[in-house]
Design a protein. Structure first.
Length: 146
């Protein structure tokens, strides 16, 4: 898989030094998502304060794409409103499903654009989306429980 070298560095950096990787207690929702095609796993704890995403913490194992993408996601979505966070997840998902046509809006997705090139490799798209889909699931559950 050939990705832009700057983007490879962003991914490697997050893989080596993942952000928010340690589950915080008493979450509003906890989910466990698995990407069976690659063997990636993520457990994600979500804390809301009112309508604001106050904490997103996680544990996981798997390939560098899945783990780095989850790290990037937490950094981007913490402190966003539930609606803004959901819009960003959908924007990231659209980029990953664009088959290389959508290079991503860096103002919105920040380090998330590093994964734009992954959209050209269908087998890896699920790796990049794993943590983001886990977040979306957790957010829906947390909102329902309020
Ligand atoms: Zn993977």
């Amino acid at each position: 898989m050939e990705l832009d070298s700057l983007y490879q560095e962003v991914i490697l950096d997050h893989y080596k030094r993942p952000l928010n990787k340690s589950l915080a207690a008493n979450p509003d929702a906890q989910v466990h998502h698995v990407n069976t095609s690659c063997g990636d796993e993520v457990t994600l704890n979500l804390h809301l304060e009112g309508d604001r995403v106050s904490k997103v913490t996680w544990e996981g194992v798997g390939c560098s794409i899945s783990q780095a993408s989850t790290s990037v996601m937490t950094d981007l979505l913490i402190d966003k409103s539930a609606a803004d966070a959901l819009a960003l997840v959908e924007e990231f998902q659209a980029m990953l499903q664009s088959k290389g046509k959508d290079s991503g809006n860096e103002d919105h997705l920040q380090d998330g654009v590093a994964f734009a090139g992954v959209s050209k490799f269908p087998a890896r798209v699920k790796c990049a989306l794993l943590g983001w889909m886990a977040f979306k699931d957790a957010l829906q559950q947390a909102l329902k429980n309020k």
